[in-house]
Design a protein around this ligand. Structure first.
Ligand SMILES: [Zn+2]
Length: 58
């Protein structure tokens, strides 16, 4: 669906702060590289593409 700028609203991985800067809410997969986000779970982060899992160390 190409409805112009509104289509960007589907991507909630980012948010814009009051200064207009792009704030990244998710981390990239260190294996897949920039563009592939890690899914954040309660106690871990995982990549849905390569299966990389990073436990939260707290
Ligand atoms: Zn990955």
């Amino acid at each position: 669906m190409g409805d112009g700028v509104n289509s960007a609203a589907k991507c909630n991985k980012y948010s814009i702060d009051d200064d207009g800067k792009l704030v990244r809410n998710a981390e990239f997969c260190p294996t897949c590289g920039p563009g592939v986000f890690l899914a954040v779970h309660a106690n871990r982060k995982s990549c849905g593409r390569c299966g990389y899992t990073e436990m939260k160390g707290e």
